[in-house]
Design a protein around this ligand. Structure first.
Ligand SMILES: [Ca+2]
Length: 345
């Protein structure tokens, strides 16, 4: 049944509403994935990240106190279990604030945490605010939290844990919001069910994996222009490609995240003045001579059949390969060999 509530109310231990109007019923749910189900949790994070308003055009992180690697909070990725991708929450509480760029309808809010131990538990408060009268200026957030995990720490004590707030009949609230504040308490070494916040015995950081403030895919105001929509889709596609490439192995994932190191490695391999680079170039040249002589011959033959210019094709191949070779002497010798093979067809 649809309801309209405009006064402070408490629904269970995990939800507090403060002076906010909303239609329908807001549901609070939690889910725990044990360590062996980490991949399922990662898929859940990735599936909904396309609609994360914290990453939409105009949105930005404005405060991240006592938080490490805050960029991982909204990257749509669970990271590695117990490894890279975790965000260390070391405050009591830490404060994380996002500006959404403009007032938006919020469909649901989800907090994902995870680790091999109780660092993956949760102890938090969330506050929403609308400060459209002063765009981009952080408002005074309400004294009472919009949502809270309550007086006790929640979680699964390991694996991945998510708390979700959603409305079965539409957006969480009729009102739009352009600011959201997360207060996150550290959780080590506190088990789920033990006192949180001011009464917490935690002495070390907790581990958040992702914060999602989701929009509705059918909301026509999600994008201001077609160009903005296109830019967002391009950003999402690039992120998915990166995730796919990272699956090739940890070295590839490291290279993607450290492009300066990747460039340095490539330059080193191609640098003829470097001893190791020389060895690599020699090996590459030997393999390249074997492979490209055969492929050039085949290609040149094909080109002749197609009545293309065999000479110009081979010249292009030579130029391309020369840029990878070592000393001018070796380059000239190899080029001449390649050229003869082409003309011998
Ligand atoms: Ca993440």
């Amino acid at each position: 049944m649809k309801k309209l509530i405009c006064s402070a109310a408490i629904l269970g231990a995990a939800l507090v509403l403060s002076g906010a109007c909303y239609s329908g019923e807001i549901k609070t749910s939690t889910q725990h994935w044990p360590p062996e189900k980490f991949a399922q949790a990662a898929a859940e994070i990735a599936e909904f990240s396309d609609l994360n308003l914290l990453e939409f055009p105009g949105a930005k992180l404005t405060v991240a106190s006592e938080v490490s690697d805050a960029q991982f909070l909204t990257d749509g990725n669970a990271g590695a279990y117990g490894g890279t991708g975790r965000v260390a929450i070391n405050g009591a509480p830490s404060r994380v604030v996002y500006y959404l760029g403009k007032p938006r309808k919020i469909s649901s809010i989800r907090l994902f945490s995870g680790n091999i131990d109780v660092r993956g538990n949760q102890d938090f408060e969330i506050r929403l605010a609308n400060n459209a009268s002063a765009p981009g200026k952080e408002p005074q957030f309400p004294a009472e939290p919009t949502f809270t995990s309550g007086d006790k720490v929640v979680g699964g004590n390991n694996g991945v844990f998510v708390t979700t707030y959603e409305n079965s009949e539409g957006p969480l609230f009729e009102q739009e919001y352009d600011w959201i504040e997360f207060k996150l308490w550290r959780t080590y070494k506190v088990n789920a069910g033990e006192p949180g916040k001011a009464k917490s015995a935690a002495e070390s950081w907790g581990s958040m994996l992702e914060l999602q403030v989701l929009g509705d895919v059918n909301d026509p105001s999600l994008f201001s222009t077609d160009a903005e929509r296109a830019a967002w889709i391009a950003k999402i596609n690039a992120r998915k490609l990166r995730a796919e490439l990272a699956k090739l192995g940890p070295d590839v994932a490291f290279a993607i995240d450290n492009r300066d190191s990747l460039k340095l490695a490539i330059d080193s391999m191609l640098d003829s003045g470097d001893v190791e680079g020389e060895d690599w170039v020699e090996r590459w040249n030997a393999r390249s001579r074997r492979n490209t002589t055969r492929s050039d011959a085949k290609s040149c033959s094909l080109n002749r059949l197609l009545r293309n210019s065999t000479k110009s094709y081979c010249a292009r191949r030579t130029i391309r390969r020369s840029s990878r070779t070592g000393s001018p002497t070796r380059r000239a010798a190899k080029d001449s060999t390649t050229t003869r093979s082409c003309y011998s067809i």
